[in-house]
Write a protein that binds this ligand. Structure first.
Ligand code: NAP
Length: 313
């Protein structure tokens, strides 16, 4: 039986692994399915599909998301974390030892740390799926370079839309932000940067009704939310940046979740099940930063270690 199984491999999961392994708990970390592509969660989490991370303390020049993940993983492995590239398909937290199913394996553990993160949301249009890999994407880092010289649309008004839109201007001839309001959720610095970019256009108060095309995306139908007028906007790529949802499907009926599906925390990083802890974006709809995920990953490992000690090791 394992002392602790960590589920998830973003900054929260790997930081929990660094702390748990340094505490000699020899954690097993299920990192997810290496073949999964967005919208399914990625091994390494959302930093794998992000560009430069400018706000993780300790990297004054910035660091690429995947490189940061590589470093966190190397640090976790250095202290003896066993990393397995498998997705957890089922858990049983109803009794101890807890049981976790992943691929062909069933593992038992005294404690579990849930760090499965969150994933990009989609609009819910049938045409989104029809044009997946044919011009629709929720990952500018993964797919941006495929759109050299093309006219693109980015949907959303948060930091992701600004960051991804800005990044896409490296390749695209023009990037138009389609946002359903006139106000932005994004921070001022990110909006300013976009507004100063000569390759950026804006379609505000607009809702995407449909994405159309032939063998590839050719444009979007937009509805003006004030006048109701429907217009046609030509584009060869549509990037969705409309927020995230937590990866908690596997924990339904096992852990208490809030109305949006995030893991509900009780005391500190404890969940509704004694001995199961949660950290990072899976339990945080508020901050959702790499550094807060890492911070709560540390807290979950410390809470877990203390709890195991109280149980008699
Ligand atoms: P977000 O802040 O929740 O913004 C989502 C945006 O998408 C909002 O503008 C929202 O519109 C729009 N939206 C949501 N559902 C929609 C729908 N069905 N149809 C059309 N539009 C829809 O999400 P985010 O931009 O992904 O950012 C999440 C968190 O990560 C934030 O805390 C952000 O600061 C952080 N982040 C930080 C950085 C950075 O600092 N470098 C980069 C990326 C993300 P409304 O405004 O009308 O609701």
């Amino acid at each position: 039986m394992r002392n602790v199984i960590i589920i998830g491999s973003g900054p929260a999961g790997y930081t929990a692994a660094i702390y748990a392994s340094r505490a000699s708990l020899q954690p097993l970390c299920f990192e997810g399915d290496p073949l999964a592509r967005p919208p399914e969660p990625q091994v390494g989490g959302q930093l794998m599909i992000t560009t430069e991370v400018e706000n993780f303390p300790g990297f004054p020049e910035g660091i690429q998301g995947p490189e940061l993940i590589e470093k966190l993983k190397a640090q976790a492995k250095r202290f003896g974390t066993e990393c397995v590239e498998e997705s957890v398909t089922k858990v049983d937290f109803s009794k101890r030892p807890f049981r976790v199913w992943a691929g062909e394996r069933v593992e038992e553990a005294k404690a579990v740390i849930v760090a499965t993160g969150a994933r990009a949301k989609y609009l819910g249009l049938p045409s989104e799926l029809a044009f997946a890999n044919k011009g629709v994407s929720a990952c500018a880092t993964c797919d941006g370079a495929l759109f050299r010289g093309k006219e693109l649309v980015v949907v959303g008004g948060g930091d992701s839309a600004m960051e991804e839109g800005n990044f896409l201007t490296r390749f695209a001839s023009r990037v138009t932000v389609v946002h359903r309001r006139e106000e932005f959720r994004a921070s001022k610095i990110m909006v300013d940067r976009m507004q100063q970019n000569p390759k950026v256009g804006w379609q505000l108060n607009k809702e995407v009704l449909e994405i159309y095309g032939d063998d590839r995306v050719r444009g979007v139908k937009l509805k003006d939310r004030k006048t109701g007028a429907v217009t046609d906007f030509k584009a060869e790529g549509v990037f969705l940046a409309i927020g995230h949802e937590p990866n908690t499907k596997v924990f339904g009926g096992q852990l208490e979740l809030d109305e949006k599906g995030y893991v509900r925390l009780r005391q500190h990083t404890g969940t509704s099940v004694d001995g199961v802890f949660a950290c990072g974006d899976v339990a945080d709809a508020r901050y959702r930063q790499a550094i807060t995920a890492a911070g709560t990953g540390c807290a979950a490992a410390i809470d877990c270690e203390r709890w195991l000690e109280e149980q008699g090791g």
